[in-house]
Design a protein around this ligand. Structure first.
Ligand code: HEC
Ligand code: HEC
Length: 331
């Protein structure tokens, strides 16, 4: 009896050791391909505070009704559940609004990768989504709304604190605080129990299927530009009247036709609809479309479900400092 018990304890320990080893091997493989998102450690500062005030202020737009947050609301994890979003001129955006969370570590922004960083993006929003006729008109609005003291506090060294460049800087500093650590990051940091067994299996499927060939790095995307391999029939089927030419619109080079930035997959379970044209409502369908058009593979239901359960582990919390006190509920 005693001998038997010893034998079973040994068997148990070998078993546990085997599992721990498997988790460690998976962690090593994942660490080589991806990276950890960490919670922001930035101390509250006048600049970040100003950025948040600007981001949520509907008055700072041509129609007086559109804030940055109108198209990047908290309820949608900083993306927008609408396929396209109405801008301050009343027109719909030409592409789907992606989440701004974690965008601080993106080497290029927007579907065409045509903005260098958050400040670059924010400055051009003034005359874009926010609808001002010029940056000067945007700055005049800031003065009219008595933002001067906040700009002075945020940029004490500047002789002219109220400027389009500082508007952009403040927004970018605020965006830099909006990171969303997720169960996947806790797994990478060494916690085996942060992922469920189906999620670990899903991580393996994600890698073995070839998804990580494009979706890699800290945000599982965003580092390269790739062709979206859809046919014209698909565009018609999904209701896009005409295919979006992608980066061709910027470079006019034929090889850039239908080329888009590889989007990040962080919080992807919360940011439907999918793709630059918001043409796909469900995550499982988006995974199937990807396998077929990017990799020429048809996945069975089990493989799709497995990948989806891994993608769920990339969901973090909406950062606690995202919304200011008293925000409107529809944002
Ligand atoms: C009318 C809706 C709308 C408004 C208002 C709006 N955005 Fe966006 N935002 C979008 C859309 C759509 C995109 C993607 C555009 C594209 O790629 O062509 C985007 C992209 C972004 C990105 C890039 C994210 C990434 O990962 O590539 C950032 C950052 C961003 N917006 C911040 C802001 C800020 C800051 C403001 C306010 C100054 C703002 N947005 C106002 C709709 C909006
Ligand atoms: C050859 C590069 C490549 C490969 C391989 C690839 N993707 Fe993508 N993925 C992209 C590009 C590019 C887009 C953006 C397409 C667009 O909207 O124009 C995208 C978009 C997505 C989206 C939508 C994200 C969003 O926010 O709209 C999901 C989800 C996705 N991919 C998952 C996967 C999965 C799962 C796999 C493996 C089965 C995979 N991808 C393989 C390049 C790739």
């Amino acid at each position: 009896m005693k001998v038997l018990m010893v034998a079973s304890v040994i068997a148990f320990e070998v078993g546990t050791f085997g599992v721990a080893n498997a988790d460690e091997a998976l962690r090593r493989e994942a660490t080589a391909l991806f990276g950890q998102v960490k919670a922001s450690t930035a101390a509250p500062s006048p600049q970040v505070e100003l950025g948040r005030a600007l981001f949520w202020d509907t008055r700072l737009s041509a129609d007086g009704k559109t804030a940055c947050a109108s198209c990047h609301p908290a309820r949608d994890w900083g993306a927008d559940r609408r396929r396209f979003s109405p801008d301050a001129r009343g027109a719909l955006t030409s592409r789907h609004s992606p989440t701004i969370f974690n965008s601080v570590s993106q080497p290029m922004l927007r579907w065409l990768g045509d903005r260098k960083n958050g400040a670059d993006q924010a400055e051009s929003s003034m005359t874009g989504s926010m609808g001002f006729a010029s940056k000067d008109a945007g700055v005049a609005k800031l003065a009219e709304l008595e933002y001067m003291p906040k700009f002075r506090a945020a940029f004490p060294q500047d002789a002219q604190p109220l400027s389009a460049a500082n508007y952009a800087r403040a927004l970018a500093s605020y965006e830099a605080t909006l990171t969303t650590p997720a169960p996947f990051d806790r797994f990478l940091a060494g916690d085996d129990s942060a992922l469920t067994e189906p999620q670990k299996a899903g991580l393996k499927t994600f890698v073995s299927t070839g998804c990580a060939g494009c979706h890699n790095g800290v945000n599982l995307g965003g580092t390269t530009l790739q062709k979206f391999g859809l046919t014209k029939d698909y565009w018609l089927e999904t209701g896009s009247e005409k295919p979006d030419p992608g980066r061709f619109a910027v470079t006019k080079k034929e090889e850039d036709r239908y080329v888009f930035r590889v989007p990040m997959l962080r919080n992807v379970a919360k940011t439907a609809p999918y793709f630059h044209d918001g043409s796909v409502e469900r995550l499982d369908r988006a995974v199937r479309v990807m396998a077929s058009v990017q990799l020429g593979r048809t996945l069975d239901d089990a493989a799709v479900a497995s990948i989806v359960s891994f993608l769920d582990s990339l969901t973090g919390d909406v950062p606690s400092n995202y919304a200011p006190p008293g925000r409107q509920p529809e944002m």
